[in-house]
Design a protein around this ligand. Structure first.
Ligand code: NAG
Ligand code: NAG
Ligand code: NAG
Ligand code: NAG
Ligand code: NAG
Ligand code: NAG
Ligand code: NAG
Ligand code: NAG
Ligand code: NAG
Ligand code: NAG
Length: 666
């Protein structure tokens, strides 16, 4: 497929380090035969789910600095696309995100942090593209059948409300909209969604389908109406390749979720390789990182799998990681709407390993080259077939528009491995171009950007505050938050907990469980709403909280909760369940199956009570209003030895919480 320009030649290099000779090849960069597809940009995904949960609780100036590293043009990652979850009250990987409609007659656009994040991104880059996608849905969507396709009109009505709320309440217009993350689609749903968008003033919202594997390609080939409804085929973790059917669709192709790798130097290598090779191998014109920023407890599944890390709002510490600068290699020197060069005349593989991708807007030229080795660029998935990279000299021959340029500005990265130090986004001396030609000696594990653009900046703020563990004494009366937001550091793992007005002047604002039914789930939701906080390494903890429960329901206090994310439903720990009927029990599992104690407790429905749970050494104790309810000595050693603090409700009904206090923790 690739046209190789000129003949392969060998050059001898001076003995540099261990490399005494390296063969060189020549690569044509030529637009005279036309350019390739439109470049649609590099993006980050907030959500899928709750991946930015801790970010919103950061103090300033750190919070604003982090946002600059992500979104400000010419500073850090300078992202072109922000993809967000349309919250569905359902567990979507690191937690739940709230729905704009907990029930059919509910509607609210002040919940969660995605609105805030989109506005902060737009403030920094008004041209950033927005892309929205649902993971789970509230149970009522689909009339409690656990499918959003039972009543597609109802489901489309729900999605349209979100788009309208975005526009009218927040002034946010989506550029792209997806179907149902990594789940099924129906052709009827996609077609009716397109028609509804067109007839409701959302003609410019392009549909991406179907944020999953390749099946949609066959349906696109065989159903012209579907093909017309879908603007972009979006695939997840394609491993840089697409299928034959996919190519035959002639559609715009994206890797609409990719990366998901720990943001160390191997993660940076993964990201550098796929950003180039998703185009070189798969003709994909956008790549979106799951996730945007690792802003959830590091002990949750997929800890640190974001472009950077901000998981300590209580200390203000954060870390700008390699993937930020790898992103900058492309984003700071291109914009959506630029064109890729065709493969074989400006993009392709390097003969001794690695790849190159050229882009232009007709006036400016940028080429990104990477030589990431196999061991240093493996992503979490799919597995990467072996290949080798060797030192090489590459000659690039510029023909066409840029034949007469005299020099190119250079940015360079070399992530360090095995104790070697890292270089990221270093501005090197320009490379001279002679008669449209320049040579570059490339070693393994390097990233180069050469560009006609005079921009490019490695943004830098003063070092953030030192890292600190979650405080072992901590209180929150929930009175300092905007209504409908979420209390700092609590991360909901089932159901949704929002700040609400208690209607009682002594309690003022409280934290309330507000999801109204088990969701149309994306992964395995727990049947009991629960929110975790604290430090997963804590073993001995004492905490208290005021609860106000319905007579027919109750509240849960728990310690040593050992699992979050899609594993939360199966978590173990010590769970103290209190019923509004005045009964209690203690279980060692989240699903409430293994009861170790039960009895009566002085809890009265619709009345506030202070509940305390303490685990110290081998003993667990619970009390209500200072009166001991249970004392469990010699708790078995098979129980988790550590985990989070949690509060919850035994079913999807309302309960209020106030005056949370961690008395001791270790
Ligand atoms: C779902 O419920 C709504 C509201 O009750 C009703 O109008 C609609 O007909 C139901 N849809 C189906 C497919 O049962
Ligand atoms: C690559 O995708 C573009 C559309 O984005 C299409 O026009 C072109 O034919 C594709 N090329 C190949 C080789 O598949
Ligand atoms: C491209 O180059 C032109 C002229 O040199 C400049 O005005 C324009 O801002 C550049 N485009 C980008 C995206 O930097
Ligand atoms: C890659 O990693 C494997 C497993 O750790 C190791 O055996 C192999 O030597 C490494 N290859 C290179 C080229 O470093
Ligand atoms: C560290 O750097 C040295 C010198 O450049 C190189 O030979 C070695 O392979 C590097 N180690 C790793 C693990 O990449
Ligand atoms: C690039 O290398 C080739 C082969 O050694 C040489 O002929 C050519 O002059 C070099 N070009 C530049 C611009 O240095
Ligand atoms: C939990 O505590 C350990 C030990 O003090 C500390 O290393 C870790 O950073 C803490 N994590 C959090 C999330 O506070
Ligand atoms: C309001 O809360 C206080 C303190 O918990 C309680 O004593 C009082 O009875 C509550 N008032 C009502 C009307 O529930
Ligand atoms: C434990 O107590 C809670 C709260 O009263 C109740 O909902 C649950 O059914 C009880 N579990 C068992 C197994 O009795
Ligand atoms: C405790 O559990 C036992 C066994 O399930 C049950 O018979 C008893 O009624 C329960 N006690 C209370 C107070 O709920």
């Amino acid at each position: 497929m690739e046209k190789k320009f000129g003949i392969l030649f060998t050059v001898s290099l001076w003995c540099l380090a261990a490399v005494c000779s390296a063969s060189g090849s020549s690569y044509l960069v030529d637009d005279s035969g036309g350019l390739g597809p439109r470049f649609d940009g590099i993006g980050g995904l907030s959500g899928g789910g709750a991946t930015s949960r801790l970010l919103v609780s950061y103090p300033d100036p750190e919070r604003s600095q982090i946002l600059d590293y992500l979104f400000s043009p010419n500073f850090g990652a300078a992202l072109h696309i922000l993809k967000v979850e349309i919250g569905g009250d359902a567990q979507s990987t690191e937690g739940t995100e709230p729905s704009h409609m907990h029930s059919p007659d509910d509607e609210n656009y002040q919940r969660g942090y995605e609105w805030w994040l989109m506005k902060e991104a737009k403030k920094r880059n008004p041209n950033i593209k927005l892309y929205a996608l649902p993971w789970g849905w509230p149970g009522w969507v689909g009339n409690y059948t656990n499918s959003p396709y039972t009543d597609i009109k109802q489901t489309i009505g729900y999605v349209m409300k979100w788009l309208q709320g975005a526009r009218t309440v927040h002034g946010l217009t989506m550029d792209y909209l997806g179907i149902w993350n990594e789940k099924s689609y129906t052709k009827d749903y996609i077609k009716l969604l397109r028609k509804t968008l067109d007839s409701s003033g959302f003609q410019n919202v392009q549909l991406v389908a179907s944020d999953g594997k390749f099946e949609i390609s066959y349906d696109i080939l065989t159903d012209p109406e579907l093909a017309a409804a879908v603007s972009i085929l979006g695939f997840h973790y394609p491993g840089t390749y697409v299928t034959k059917y996919t190519t035959e669709t002639r559609k715009t192709l994206w890797s609409s979720e990719d990366y998901s790798t720990k943001n160390d130097n191997v993660g940076a290598g993964c990201w550098a390789r796929i950003l180039n090779q998703n185009y070189v191998n798969g003709n994909m014109t956008s790549t979106i990182s799951w996730n945007l920023i690792a802003s959830y407890y590091g002990s949750m599944p997929f800890g640190r799998c974001g472009l950077m890390t901000a998981e300590e709002p209580w200390s203000g510490n954060y870390a700008v990681e390699g993937p930020i600068w790898v992103t900058a290699h492309t984003t700071q020197f291109t914009l959506p709407g630029w064109k890729y060069y065709l493969r074989g005349s400006g993009a392709g593989h390097l003969d001794l390993g690695g790849s190159y991708v050229s882009l232009t807007d007709g006036k400016n030229f940028t080429i990104v080259i990477e030589t990431m080795t196999h061991n240093h660029s493996q992503c979490i998935r799919p597995s990467l077939p072996p290949y080798t990279v060797r030192a090489q000299t590459a000659t690039f021959d510029l023909k066409g528009m840029f034949n007469s340029i005299k020099s190119l500005n250079v940015f360079y990265s070399k992530p360090g491995y095995g104790g070697n130090s890292s270089v990221y986004f270093m501005n090197k001396s320009p490379v001279q171009v002679v008669n449209g030609q320049f040579n570059l000696t490339l070693y393994p594990d390097e990233i180069y950007t050469l560009t006609t653009q005079a921009v490019g900046m490695k943004g830098k703020y003063p070092d953030p505050p030192q890292t600190k563990p979650f405080p072992t004494k901590y209180t929150d009366n929930f009175d300092e938050y905007p209504i409908y937001s979420e209390a700092s550091y609590f991360t909901d793992q089932a159901g949704c907990f929002e700040i609400r007005n208690s209607g009682n002047i002594s309690h003022n604002l409280v934290m309330q469980q507000v999801a109204t039914s088990f969701p149309v789930n994306w992964c395995n939701d727990a049947h009991h709403p629960i929110s975790v906080i604290g430090n997963h390494t804590w073993r001995d903890v004492s905490f208290s909280i005021d609860v106000h429960v319905l007579p027919s329901s109750g509240a849960i206090l728990a310690l040593r909760v050992d699992a979050g994310g899609c594993g939360a439903a199966g978590s173990e720990g010590i769970y103290f369940w209190l019923g509004g009927s005045g009964k209690y029990n203690v279980t060692t599992d989240m699903e409430g199956k293994s009861v170790v104690m039960n009895g009566t407790a002085p809890i009265i429905g619709n009345t506030w009570a202070t509940v305390q749970l303490t685990v110290v050494g081998g003993e667990a104790k619970g009390s209500v209003n200072g009166v001991e309810v249970f004392d469990w000595v010699n708790i078995p050693t098979v129980l988790p030895h550590h985990g989070w603090i949690a509060i919850g409700t035994p079913d999807y009904s309302a309960a209020q919480f106030d005056n949370f206090a961690i008395h001791s923790a270790s």
